[in-house]
Write a protein that binds this ligand. Structure first.
Ligand code: UD1
Length: 420
């Protein structure tokens, strides 16, 4: 397994380009199953998770090609299998996103249950509840979701018990070709949900309200081919901004969408960052100052994203003062804390709350990545630490950050990958 080695304590400076959003690209690629004609999707990040969904769709008979400029062509005119095996779903939970499109277009799906993961139990009961409400028969047998619809799905009103991102996306995709109108209440408002709706609308769907808590889908007979460019990644954006803040640096991110990460920008300003934005760029300047500790609580969009919690914890480890971070979305998302403690951080955990009093400097140490965003927090800690930090099991990072060493090197970091 590859490792990353970072020589820290260097302020990041310079300019990089943000990639397309992983969490928008995955549902958009899954949605290709709904369309019996070729589609072209651009600004797709080259990531392990994207490779996983392409491989899954390929096994189902979707013809896919990728060029070297991050454009994907997908052609689902000849889907031959409705099966998503455990081996693939286990490596990436978002594989469950094929359930809605398969049911919506073919009335049949056999998708492995994703099971738990490092950050929590993560059930899919809300996805199944939505599919059943649309008229599908669903049984969970031998670890698989076996879904069948005897006739075309039928629109209805679905009130989600909890706010779920992929749950909302799955139901939206199932409803696009259903008969009549579907209303999803208490829908997730994440920009990636809106991006998926924009993509589907570009190909003939009739969806309104995406980005709000009530999404209305008027079923159509058929979607047609077309082109779409994926939204920039707000979590990658927030991660690099925090990397600049933790190293007291000054950076500019191009191809970013500031309006999708306001809660993060506000917290970074509270930490002492000077932030400037344009329609497609964000700059951050710490003016050489040590960050101030921040207090935050994660919650669904537009509140502070759980996917930025670990990175903010890293920032607090070297900040001035004490910050309190409460995680409300996932029950076990503090795995990075143990590793940060090994670098000298002062953090105490009480249930879903982490209290961190900043120290002057972290010390480099050998560490282990445990999940995607936890890994990002270790990279940030390593960039700020005095000495050398090794991060093992970085396949987690490769799931979600395109060319992370290249981008950080471009910003002046001393980072390299050691293959094992
Ligand atoms: C998505 C994101 C992930 C992000 C998360 C929360 C993708 C591919 N992944 O994951 O990066 O961290 O949103 O912003 O977009 N839950 C249930 N029942 C369900 C579904 C969810 O109880 O049927 C719970 C989960 O266990 C969790 C909470 O709801 O506690 C939110 O999870 P959810 O929004 O579904 O996360 P994902 O869509 O899996």
């Amino acid at each position: 397994m590859d490792k990353l080695i970072i020589q820290g304590n260097i302020p990041l400076t310079g300019e990089i380009k943000i990639s397309g959003a992983k969490n928008a690209a995955l549902p958009i690629l899954a949605a290709s199953l709904l369309i019996p004609e070729p589609i072209q999707i651009s600004n797709v990040p080259q990531l392990q998770d994207v490779a996983t969904i392409m491989s899954l769709l390929g096994q189902m008979g979707v013809r896919m090609s990728l060029d070297d400029k991050s454009n994907i062509e997908a052609d689902a005119s000849n889907v031959t299998s409705f099966f998503a095996p455990y081996e693939l779903v286990r490596t990436m939970r978002a594989s469950v996103l094929v359930l809605g499109p398969l049911l919506g277009r073919f009335g049949e799906a056999n998708v492995s249950l994703p099971g738990g993961c490092a950050i929590g139990t993560r059930p899919v009961d809300q996805h199944l509840k939505g599919m059943r409400a649309l008229g599908a028969d669903i049984e969970v047998e031998n670890g698989y979701i076996k879904a069948k619809a005897k006739k075309r799905l039928e629109g209805t009103t679905i009130v989600m018990d909890i706010v779920t991102v992929t749950g909302t996306e799955n139901i939206m995709m199932a409803a696009v070709l259903a008969k009549g109108q579907t209303i999803i209440q208490n829908a997730a408002r994440e920009p990636e949900v809106e991006d998926l709706a924009n993509f589907l609308n570009a190909l003939g769907a009739k969806i309104s309200g995406a980005g709000t808590a009530t999404i209305i889908i008027d079923g159509v007979e058929k979607l047609t081919g077309g082109t779409y460019s994926v939204l920039p990644d707000r979590i990658e954006t927030g991660t690099y901004l925090t990397a600049a803040a933790i190293t007291r640096g000054k950076i500019k991110l191009k191809n970013a969408r500031p309006e999708t990460l306001e809660s993060v920008l506000l917290k970074l300003q509270e930490a002492g960052a000077f932030i400037d934005t344009g329609s497609d760029w964000i700059s951050l300047d710490m003016k050489g100052n040590r960050p101030r500790a921040i207090t935050l609580s994660t919650a669904p969009y537009p509140a502070f994203p759980t996917d930025m919690q670990a990175q903010m914890m890293a920032l607090n480890t070297i900040a001035e003062g004490t910050g309190i971070i409460t995680e409300t979305v996932f029950e076990n998302r503090f795995m990075h804390v143990q590793e940060l403690l090994r670098m000298g951080a002062n953090i105490s955990l009480k249930g879903n709350t982490a209290i961190c009093t900043g120290i002057e400097a972290l010390q480099g140490a050998p560490t282990m990545a445990t999940d995607l965003r936890a890994s990002a927090s270790l990279v940030l800690a390593g960039l700020a630490a005095v000495g050398s930090t090794t991060i093992d099991r970085i396949y987690h990072i490769d799931r979600g950050y395109e060319c992370i060493e290249e981008k950080l090197t471009q910003l002046g970091a001393r980072i390299h990958r050691v293959p094992n």
